[in-house]
Design a protein around this ligand. Structure first.
Ligand SMILES: Cc1cc2nc3c(=O)[nH]c(=O)nc-3n(C[C@H](O)[C@H](O)[C@H](O)COP(=O)(O)OP(=O)(O)OC[C@H]3O[C@@H](n4cnc5c(N)ncnc54)[C@H](O)[C@@H]3O)c2cc1C
Ligand code: FES
Length: 264
């Protein structure tokens, strides 16, 4: 039986350019991580990076990669048919089973939308199990919007609130210009029987949490995904430890009241 500690080779089945510095790799695998979990992706001789699952599917796995350094740049240069190594899945996930019967509010910025794409795919299969679903997604500019094709479908199925910080070029979605936190502040959402799922830059999550607390949302109804440098991803090396928590096994998804004030 294959162990989660052991990397396995997978052929890249498809590659989609999402924006200037984001690509999505698709591989065929049955590992089907839960939304919020991540895998370790490596290229021998270059290195290894934790990447969140961006899909919820029993046969394929989508990984959205934002180019920031060596490994992610090498991944972005891969071609269909080439092989990557992958181990996992690792970490905690958004507690979607536990949140059945509630309203869900998903808040994300930039490539933080990728793990929530996995949540959306999960919810699509179980739409009747949840009440209202609101999406608040912010990107820097129209050309940075990820999952453009899916946005059209998400708009028809959920309350999609898309925003861009600036729109110097064409704005095909005609979305409001301003930070996603501004849109969240102006939104008519109720804390009653609602849970929040957050992912994105720490400053965006902090601001969103303050806004939501002011609207009456309680911190034990908020779930956030935290990012740290990781090595083993299995709770062995201590590389990801912050305030006594291993972000790779206790996280990356935490209930916010449990990690409030954790050192940034
Ligand atoms: C649980 C988890 C899930 C992630 N999911 C994704 C994902 O879905 N898509 C994606 O593109 N990236 C994701 N990341 C971040 C990704 O792992 C790093 O960007 C990548 O490892 C950088 O490797 P590199 O060799 O390309 O760049 P490096 O040269 O190692 O780093 C380039 C820059 O990125 C910073 N950096 C590197 N790793 C991290 C990290 N873990 N957290 C914060 N900053 C970092 C470095 O400090 C440096 O400034 C995730 C990280 C974690 C911990
Ligand atoms: S990355 Fe090694 S303990 Fe978390």
């Amino acid at each position: 039986m294959k162990s989660i500690y052991q990397a396995k080779r997978y052929k890249i089945k498809d590659i989609q350019r999402q924006s200037n510095n984001n690509i999505m790799l698709r591989i065929k695998t049955k590992i089907n991580p839960s939304p919020g979990q991540f895998v370790e992706v490596s290229i021998p001789g270059i290195g290894e990076s934790p990447i969140s699952t961006a899909s919820y599917n029993k046969k394929i796995l989508d990984l959205n990669v934002q180019v920031v350094g060596n490994v992610t740049e090498a991944l972005a240069k891969m071609r269909i048919g080439q092989k990557i190594h992958l181990r996992g899945p690792y970490g905690t996930s958004y507690p979607l089973e536990q949140l059945k019967g509630e309203n869900l509010i998903l808040v994300a910025g930039g490539c933080g939308v990728a793990p929530l794409r996995a949540v959306i795919e999960y919810l699509k299969e179980r739409r009747l199990d949840y009440k209202e679903i609101h999406l608040f997604f912010g990107f820097r500019s129209p050309k940075d919007i990820l999952f453009k094709e899916e946005m059209k479908e998400w708009k028809s199925l959920y309350h999609l609130n898309l925003s861009v910080d600036k729109a110097p070029e064409e704005n095909p979605f005609n979305c409001p210009v301003g930070f996603v936190t501004q849109i969240l502040e102006e939104a008519d959402i109720s804390a009653d029987n609602s849970s929040i799922l957050l992912c994105g830059p720490p400053v965006m999550m902090d601001k969103s949490i303050t806004i939501l607390e002011n609207k009456g949302f309680s911190t034990d109804k908020m779930w956030i995904s935290l990012e740290r440098h990781m090595k083993c991803s299995t709770g062995k090396c201590g590389h990801c430890m912050v305030n006594g928590k291993y972000l790779c096994i206790d996280g990356p998804v935490f209930r916010y009241d449990k990690v409030k004030g954790i050192d940034e």
